[in-house]
Design a binder for this molecule. Structure first.
Ligand code: URA
Length: 212
């Protein structure tokens, strides 16, 4: 089955899953190219996302669009979604239990899309992949996760509140195109290293397989 059909099927499964929390809000499944090399993952939809059923369409989304365009891409070229796929009341942070219940759907969405690079936006998305990471220390750093690169970035909403964060976010965004270009050779190198010395790749938990 092709990716579009698989994604549609996954969306139907979420809609039919009555055990999921936040069902009073609309489903914001995610959107973008099914062949995207880069997947952005935010935390949860807000007011405008709930209203439109689309991720990152409010103020933070406008900044995200601008950042994507500044590196020479278009929004439709990447894929954008959230870890929790329905809006928590009054835009509160998603609860650990909510993250946990939506987690299997995010995992399947990633498997279907098969992106090279996952860029979590903010700490909730980041901690799904890197439970020990700290956003101020690890944003803009590159990590391996199941043969994909994880590139944590500040959440655009945080960048709207702080010029210093915006500067860092822009700086990290500028490195994305080169990371996409380098991905195949980095992966090939990783596989050779793994063959030569598999034990070297067993990284202590708090080091989380940081690449550079
Ligand atoms: N913030 C998020 O984390 N996700 C959205 O879709 C919008 C704002």
């Amino acid at each position: 089955m092709d990716k579009v059909k698989l994604l549609e099927q996954l969306k139907s499964e979420i809609l039919e899953d009555l055990s999921l929390p936040l069902r009073e809000s609309n489903l914001v499944f995610g959107e973008g190219s099914p062949d995207a090399e880069v997947m952005f993952i935010g935390e949860a939809p807000g007011f405008y996302e709930d209203r439109e059923g689309r991720p990152f369409v409010g103020q933070a989304g406008k900044l995200l669009d601008k950042l994507i365009e500044e590196v020479g891409w278009r929004r439709e070229q990447v894929y954008i979604t959230n870890i929790v796929k329905r809006r928590p009341p009054a835009n509160r942070d998603p609860l650990p239990e909510e993250i946990k219940t939506y987690e299997p759907y995010l995992k399947t969405q990633i498997e279907i899309l098969n992106p090279k690079i996952i860029a979590p936006l903010g700490r909730f998305g980041m901690n799904y992949f890197l439970p020990y990471a700290k956003i101020s220390k690890d944003q803009g750093q590159v990590f391996w996760w199941q043969d994909r690169l994880i590139y944590p970035l500040y959440h655009p909403a945080a960048a709207l509140r702080s010029t210093a964060v915006l500067t860092e976010l822009k700086k990290s965004f500028q490195k994305l195109p080169q990371l996409v270009k380098d991905f195949d050779s980095l992966l090939a190198e990783r596989k050779i290293t793994a063959k030569k010395s598999p034990l070297d790749l067993e990284v202590p938990k708090n080091n989380q397989n940081k690449l550079f």
